[in-house]
Write a protein that binds this ligand. Sequence first.
Ligand code: ADP
Length: 633
Amino acid sequence: MDDSPALGLLERALRAAGYTVSKAQDAEAVDRLLLESAPVVMLVSQNLKSQSGIEIGKKVLERFPTLPILLYADKDDVKLFKEAIRAGLADFLYPPLRIDDIVAIIKHNQKRAEQMGDWVRREVRRSTASLEKRVDEMEALIKLGRTVNSSLDTDSVLTSVVTAAVELTGAEEGQLLLLDEETSELYMRAGRNFEENFARTFRLPVKDSIAGQVIHTGQPISFCQDSPSKIKTAYLVYALIYVPLRIGERVVGVLGVDNRQNKRPFTQQNELIMSVLADYAVIALENAKAFESTEQERQKLDSTLTNIQDGVILLDPEQNILLINPAARKAFGLGFKDLTGEPVLQALSNNEFAVILPSIIDNPLKQHEMMFEDGRVFNTQYVPIPEIGAVVTFEEITHLKMLDRLKSDFIHTISHDLRSPLTAIMGYVELLGRVGPLNEQQQQFVKHVQNSAQNITSLINDLLDLGRIEAGFDTRKDEVAFETILRYTLDNLNQQIIEKGQSLNLSVQDGLPSLRGNPIRLRQLVDNLLVNAVKYTPAGGILTVNLFSEDGQIILEVIDTGLGIPATDQPHIFEKFYRASNTPKNAPGTGLGLAIVKSIVDNHDGRIWLESSVGKGSKFVVVLPVYKADEDA
Ligand code: ADP
């Protein structure tokens, strides 16, 4: 207030009433004063150094909304006072002024402000307490949530849920009831403040019970009443909350709290918390179920892996062991040491496996034979498994190998022993005509005998050849011009091709490199493929033979427009004695030709495969490595 007699009067009156008075005569000074002291009341005149007192008051109120600010005006001015009230000012003073009146008005406003302050403090305390309670509830819920997600001990999780329900709602007791679908009864899965015996034997029919009603409707129920009502045959309550436990559309149980002694009702907030807790309980139950079924699956898998006779090793992408079964441990003599996480080569420390691993990785799914020093033989297979790594399996085939050898030895011996008597038969049959005249019928019989003996001889020769090739006797290999061999065979077959009215397309690349191999066997190879092409292609068909080199390899393609080989027979076509299901009954042959071809190809480090479709024809492709001078060294 500007200096004036009114200011003097006001100051005196207030000091006399025991107030300390500070004065300011512009807006800046007001700000400074407010920094230094906390006034109980502020008086401002209508005009202060040509500034509006109402405006100054309004600014102060922005920072101190409960400070009572009184406007001093020169006279009773309703318009001005209205404006002051709108700005939030508390009261007015205007002449004539009496000291008592001044003090009374100031005191009145001070008291009101104090009352308001008390109220605000009380309210703040109250809402802080309620907020703290909410925060506590939240914390308890979050903590419980973590337990639910991290623990697989369902009993303790469910007990924690019920305990939290009782503690957070301030209830006397709580229970988690689950539905027994067979008997349509509810039993107590977890309880708080129930006698153990009571809880264990507790059974409540779904029909005619409040909990059952929750199960039926899927809706929560809560009530509070003056006289305790009998909600179950077992006991009486004043207040309760029941919330459903739902899994999808199904209600599988009820979470409940109640008060039996005191009449305190539950709040909506309590009901909300209960429904969150019910969700937790459902998660715990679902987790338990999921864990149980995974565990069951795991056990099934575990016992399968433990009991199968084949060795199984599961690897991660870096070839570290994830799992190794007892059969694999036994095969490599590894005992019971935990090998999880170890690099497989180091863990197995087996030279043979170290050699074979890169090649089985390069050719996944293909079977590879692996021979141990002690003579055991395993069929090994590497199967990549997306997102895990790979599995390596070991199937012991030592006994099969032995049988195969026995069979080969047997065939070899028999073939060998049959050869001499056959030669004798052929010789004597040959002589028959020379020692005396044969009539026509006799000559025909002799022809039959000769044909049959010839067939048996070629079968025996095939068998002996196969025996020799398989045993790896043909170790000698020379530089061979494959083209010469091919042309030689074609010359021999030419007559047959002409007789069947077939046409031949031959294409041989110029300057073909030579091969390293056994010329006799290579001739057999070409011979068998071409003879088959002629034999299994009807009259008038087309035979195509291509010989060329590519990437250091010589490639022979024998293509015909003949019968074709059914897809189901194709995987077996290179097996001994195997003939395709569509082979005509009268087609001569033993089923050994392609087996010999395959053995020869293997023996020359080559590959062979076929593409064929029934009625359209077949294409056999043989790939052999070209000759390299330093290989002979
Ligand atoms: P075979 O003595 O029966 O000819 P192979 O081992 O040479 O024995 O052939 C095995 C079987 O493969 C034959 O019986 C025939 O069913 C089938 N086969 C071989 N080559 C051909 C071909 N070019 N066209 C159709 N089928 C063929």
